[in-house]
Design a protein. Structure first.
Lengths: 394, 378
């Protein structure tokens, strides 16, 4: 048992570093540093994504047959860590990390052929149509109806909290195709185009000032049935598979460590003698180390073909909390400098200030936006309930 | 990177857990701690027979050549079983210092005797303990509080400031002239002692390896002991979580098992998550022991502080969930809670380790560094 990087891992890390050095421009790095939401604006993320495509790394976690890299778990971990350290843009992962694996697993050949290449190339941007105004944590109560009409469904209803819907051309959605029997058994998983007649997108602005969430209205939208993934009324199984990717499939350690390192540098510059702040920072560092170790242990188990257990809910629960804790201490460390608020977005276009002032201005929006981390993708209370059953048999 | 246990390590875990489940436990713990002064010679002889007392020593020194992971496996089992005998002071810390600093004669004198169960050690280090030259020999002066296991040790290892500015470690028999040891029971049922050195005679042959610059080796040996103590604490935490969940599933109030109440179910998940974090932190410390010193210290101090915090949370909530019975010695639970208290106060407190960790991560390179270890010189 060991934590050592093998010589070939070090070589790989150097290759990643060399790539990132040219792929990430100073502008890109600044734009990303001033991003206060969950993902970069597409205009920031796309040029980086294209560099990844040229390198053959755009969907590194996918199986090789679908265009992935065939990297080992350690290589994937190194790659994610190095990207985060270098300040690479965060690409909205709904296509690559969520619907992509679903199509690979449940999709038919036509769907694989139609959708996967355009995820790899960055031509398609996906959003996730799950939550509804009356169906948040209790997702299976969703009411958006899809009524069969020949080779189409006619969709009516409403989705909400749809991240980046306004910048997406496709959506994967859960729709109700039956009201009989158990409510989970009347749901289908549907791929649809966002430019279909009858779809309206209304922006929802977060407390932090960013526009990432949206509300979507479906008014007699005709969706071709060839967009259904899996059998009719079997969409809940597909959704559950996807949730595993949403909650735990991504390696988060690198991103959170980058967030932590940024906070550590702010503390070092501004309040290195404040023992309350430095003590809290050290506590968060130990929290982060523990979680990164759990991440790596999970990786190692997967690599050895072992079952890591019901760890995805634990990862979601703790990583979301940790991101919030770091963003909270950042505001505390800044003191009154965190008071000033700039409402216009994106900040990288609005601001023309010395780097330290810009940094200070991004802390409060980030703190406010990050309150959503413990709510989206299954609230902390839902994750805790899952863990009570899975870990404790309660 | 590989985090899968070797088959031999799984066997060690199963052997240790089975033996201790049969032969140790709350009753043995109470007898040993309350009536036998924290040490059972018969049990210690069994540990020797199982090879545990020679586990980390190299085969050249008559040991089994076990690594830090093997020690951690054994320590977690000790934590689960409330083993109170001085394994860390004698084998991990004392034996570790002799193995890393001792010359051939000293290693031959001490290590096989430790492995056979014939020699118990303790390690005393404190501010103001100084060595003065007297001819070819030394005298030691100073006082050290709360030295784990010193009251029952046959030989005391004492770290002292050398006139040259470095640190030396002396191996003094407990009856050495000028050495006095005042032993007392401590909260977890083990013993500690206050040590007083008044011009204690230390012949040249007692200075380990003749080494007057042993400070780095002492730091490394202490970190090794802390990593072992972390694994022990994880064992104690795991038992508290499991027994709380079992209790809540069987304790009926308002016509149903109290585990059905969401507020308690969620609290127990919080405890379980703290256990998983503690286990990960302990493993990180164990696997970082051979890394560069900054990485080693960061992992060890981080784990000590994190497991201290998490252990306290688990102990308090385990007692609360058990209700009144949890506050008494009727159950083993309190012994585990006290074990965590002693863990927090030994080898540097939670607060002190948090400070050391904080000072290390003030270096941006370390704050942003992941956990995988680079080979030396990379």
């Amino acid at each position: 048992m060991d934590l050592a990087l093998a010589p070939e891992d070090l070589k790989f890390r150097d290759e990643v570093r060399a790539f990132l050095k040219t792929a990430i421009t100073p502008d890109m790095r600044r734009d990303q540093a001033l991003t206060t939401g969950f993902a970069s604006e597409p205009e920031v993320a796309l040029p980086f994504h294209q560099a990844l495509i040229r390198k053959g790394w755009s969907v590194h976690s996918w199986p090789k047959e679908f265009g992935g890299t065939g990297w080992s778990a350690v290589q994937a971990y190194i790659f994610e860590n190095e990207c985060a350290r270098a300040g690479a843009p965060v690409y909205n992962g709904a296509g690559q990390r969520m619907v992509g694996p679903v199509i690979m697993h449940f999709g038919n050949d036509a769907q694989k052929k139609k959708y996967l290449p355009r995820i790899i190339s960055g031509d398609d941007h996906w959003c996730q149509g799950y939550s509804e105004p009356g169906s948040g944590s209790d997702l299976a109560s969703l009411k958006t109806r899809a009524v069969s009409d020949g080779d189409h469904y006619i969709v009516n209803g409403q989705k909400i909290w749809t991240t980046f819907a306004h910048k997406s051309n496709r959506m994967f959605a859960l729709v109700r195709t039956s009201t009989e029997g158990k409510r989970q058994e009347g749901i289908s998983f549907l791929l649809l185009d966002m430019d279909l007649p009858g779809i309206t997108v209304r922006p929802i602005h977060g407390n932090g000032g960013d526009h990432e969430f949206n509300e979507i209205f479906f008014d007699n939208v005709r969706v071709p049935k060839e967009g259904r993934v899996g059998e009719e009324n079997k969409g809940w199984e597909v959704a559950k598979y996807l949730l595993e990717f949403e909650r735990g499939g991504a390696l988060q350690a690198g991103r959170v460590r980058a967030q932590f390192a940024k906070l550590a540098s702010v503390v070092a510059k501004r309040c290195a003698d404040d023992v309350d702040v430095t003590r809290r920072l050290a506590e968060l560092g130990t929290d982060l180390d523990a979680m990164e170790m759990i991440d790596i242990t999970t990786l190692s188990a997967l690599q050895a073909g072992a079952n890591p257990g019901p760890v995805s809910s634990l990862l979601k629960l703790r990583w979301s909390q940790l991101r919030q804790d770091i963003s909270e201490l950042a505001v505390d460390a800044l003191g009154t400098d965190a008071l000033r608020f700039v409402a216009e977005r994106p900040l990288f276009e609005t601001l023309q200030l010395p780097p330290e002032e810009e940094e200070a201005l991004s802390a409060t929006p980030r703190y406010l936006n990050f309150r959503a981390y413990t709510i989206l993708g299954g609230t902390s209370e839902i994750q805790t309930g899952i863990l009570a059953r899975a870990l404790l048999g309660l | 990177m590989n985090l899968q246990y070797e088959p031999s390590q799984t066997i060690l875990r199963e052997t240790a857990e089975r033996f201790l489940a049969d032969r140790y436990g709350y009753r043995t713990f109470r007898e040993t701690s309350e009536r036998a002064g924290g040490f059972s010679p018969a049990m210690w002889a069994e540990f020797a027979k199982l090879g545990w007392l020679a586990l980390p020593f190299s085969e050249d020194d008559g040991g089994l050549g076990g690594g830090a992971v093997d020690v951690a496996i054994l320590m977690e089992a000790f934590g689960r079983a409330l083993v109170v005998e001085p394994y860390i002071p004698t084998v991990v810390l004392g034996g570790g210092l002799i193995a890393s600093l001792g010359d051939k004669a000293q290693r031959t004198e001490f290590l096989p005797a430790i492995g056979e169960g014939k020699l118990k050690l303790a390690f005393a280090q404190g501010d103001g303990v100084a060595a003065t030259r007297r001819g070819n020999d030394w005298t030691l002066a100073g006082s050290i509080k709360a030295v784990s296991g010193a009251g029952i040790a046959d030989t005391l290892l004492v770290a002292a400031a050398m006139p040259s500015g470095g640190t030396g470690v002396f191996a003094l028999p407990r009856n050495a002239k000028g050495l006095s040891i005042r032993s007392y029971g401590i909260v977890d049922g083990a013993t500690a002692a206050d040590v007083e050195l008044v011009d204690a005679a230390a012949p040249a042959s007692t200075l380990l390896g003749g080494n007057e610059k042993a400070q780095d080796a002492v730091g490394a040996a202490l970190d090794r002991a802390i990593a072992a103590a972390c694994a022990d604490a994880v064992g104690a935490i795991a038992v508290m979580v499991t027994s709380t969940v079992e209790y809540a599933k069987t304790r009926v109030q308002f016509g149903q098992p109290i585990a059905k109440f969401q507020v308690l179910a969620h609290r127990m998940v919080d405890m379980k998550v703290r256990e998983e974090e503690a286990r990960a932190s302990a493993l990180l410390a164990t696997l970082s022991l051979d890394g560069a010193s900054a990485q080693r210290q960061r992992a060890v101090s981080g784990a000590k502080a994190k497991i201290g915090r998490n252990g306290r949370f688990v102990a308090q909530n385990a007692i609360q969930t058990h209700g009144a019975i949890g506050t008494t010695q009727e159950l083993a639970l309190g012994a585990y809670a006290k074990r965590i208290m002693a863990f927090e106060m030994q080898f540097g407190s939670t607060r002190e380790h948090l400070r050391r960790y904080g000072a290390l991560i003030a270096d941006p390179a370390l704050a942003s560094a992941g956990l995988l270890l680079e080979p030396a010189g990379a």
